[in-house]
Design a protein around this ligand. Structure first.
Ligand code: SF4
Length: 315
């Protein structure tokens, strides 16, 4: 299957989207924070990213979902800064920019990075935390395409995305991989200062599904197009998990590929929240998987021991 951005490049659609997205930077409304800063003048809002994208690291990654990893890994590019800023973030040092050391990249450098990952054999380019750098990603694509980029693009976001921005990615992003973290506004406000996260995430997932549909996997078991949703189990929030899973099953699709994740551990500023000072035990994980099946979800990421061992030794 040909990646969507190649078609968009040939038709002139990509160029049009680059121009449209740049306009959003002048009075930044890229994401639901709507900071209104002029990022074209390098002003910075909550994501602490100005005109150019900043990258913490990039590599073939073997810890992602099996349908992305394949044999050669997923080509992850970890952007610095974040528009959600969860207090328990496992990548706190790179998402909260006051702590980071990041490389500021031109569009051409970002494009070359994508091609470099493809040359290492990666099956896709996996943009981690991309919501605040959509224009920069779009502007980098022509450079990457001219150097031979062909693999699918993965938009790996927190789910805190603005629908208007997502529409600029229609026909360009091949695979959406949003989180759906919190169901209740109060929870989102407490842990991310984002009371509107639940409504924005619901709208974002619906838009992503409208664009790309259920995840399509080729004969080699690799994702080519579609949506994959992640849900991180959190201490004491099983009731919210139930609502998230029901939403996916009833409003998105029972055929939606879902990864229920049990790797929560207190990181970042979680120590300031006593209720977050815990981990998820096997029983809670099993319960969540059981609920997912009960609400009708048919495609759950499985943690196969052999796959985990293989990934451990590769990455
Ligand atoms: S992308 Fe950054 S500056 Fe723009 S609205 Fe979101 S948090 Fe604010």
């Amino acid at each position: 299957m040909e990646s969507g951005y190649l078609v968009a490049w040939r038709s002139g659609l990509l160029e049009k989207r680059i121009r449209q997205s740049e306009k959003l930077l002048a009075d930044c409304s890229l994401c639901p924070r709507k900071c209104g800063v002029n990022r074209l003048a390098n002003e910075k809002g909550m994501c602490r990213t100005g005109l150019l994208a900043e990258v913490a690291s990039y590599c073939p990654h073997f810890g992602e979902e099996s349908v992305l990893v394949g044999e050669q890994g997923s080509g992850t590019i970890f952007f610095c800064g974040c528009n959600l800023l969860c207090v328990f973030c496992q990548n706190y040092d790179i998402s909260h920019p006051e702590h980071n050391s990041c490389d500021v990249l031109s569009d051409e450098q970002l494009g070359s990075m994508m091609v470099g990952l493809q040359q290492q054999g990666c099956h896709n380019i996996n943009f981690v935390t991309p919501s605040h750098v959509v224009p920069q990603i779009l502007s980098a694509l022509p450079h990457a395409i001219e150097k031979g980029l062909t693999v699918p693009l993965v938009f790996n976001s927190s789910g805190y995305d603005e629908v208007e921005t997502l529409t600029l990615l229609e026909g360009i992003v091949d695979i959406y991989m949003p989180d759906f973290k919190f169901w209740n506004s109060e929870t989102a406000r407490r842990y991310a200062r984002a009371g509107n996260y639940p409504e924005k995430a619901r709208a974002a997932l619906l838009e992503m599904q409208r664009q790309v549909g259920d995840l399509q996997v080729n004969s080699k078991g690799r994702a080519e197009r579609g949506m994959l949703v992640r849900h991180l189990l959190m201490p004491g929030l099983m009731e919210e998990t139930v609502e998230v899973l029901k939403f996916i099953a009833y409003s998105i699709s029972t055929n939606c590929y879902v990864n229920i994740m049990d790797q929560y551990r207190p990181e970042g500023m979680a120590g300031n929240f006593p209720e977050l000072n815990a981990t998820i035990d096997t029983q809670e994980y099993k319960k969540a998987k059981k609920i997912a099946r009960e609400v009708g979800l048919l495609r759950l990421e499985e943690k196969e021991l052999s796959v985990l061992v293989k990934r451990l030794f590769k990455g």
